[in-house]
Design a protein around this ligand. Sequence first.
Ligand code: RTP
Length: 148
Amino acid sequence: MEQTFIMIKPDGVQRGLVGEIISRFEKKGFSLKGLKLISVERSFAEKHYEDLSAKPFFHGLVEYIISGPVVAMIWEGKNVVVTGRKIIGATNPSDSAPGTIRGDYAVEIGRNVIHGSDSVESARKEIALWFPDGPVNWQSSLHPWIYE
Ligand code: RTP
C-alpha cells in the first residue's frame, strides 16, 4: 500500500493545528503509520530540502523549519501521495482552494503550515530520512470499510 510523508511545519504546530490536520487525514480513511514531534538541526532541514538548495528562498525556508518543533508523519492508503497533496492544497495559499488545509489556514507561501511528498519516489526518500526505523506495523480495523 502506498505511503507518503507529511510534516506539520512549526507554524502549524504552534497555532494548534495538529489535531485538525490529523483529523482530516483520518476522516478521509488514511492510516497513520508513523508520528513524532521533533526539532530538527539545520543540516537535517537542508538535507530534507536539498532539491531546493539553489532557490533564493532556501535559507529562509530552512530557518522556518528549524524555528520550532515539527510533527513528522507517515500516512498510508490508496493514492495517498496525490490525494494528500490535494488535501493540503496549492503551495501558495493565495492559490489554495477553500476546503484544503492551506486554503483554510494559511496566507503566505513562507508560512504554509504543512509539507507533503510530491511523488511516490520523494515519499520513499523522505520516509527513509525521517523514519530510519520504518513505519509502525499495525493494521487499522477500518480497512474493510474503506477498501472494497
Ligand atoms: P512542500 O515541499 O513544503 O510540501 O511544498 P511544495 O512541494 O508545495 O513546494 P516546493 O516548491 O517544494 O517548496 C517547498 C516550500 O518552500 C517554501 N517556498 N517559499 N518564498 C517563496 O517563493 C517560496 N516558494 C516555496 C514553501 O514553504 C514551500 O512549501
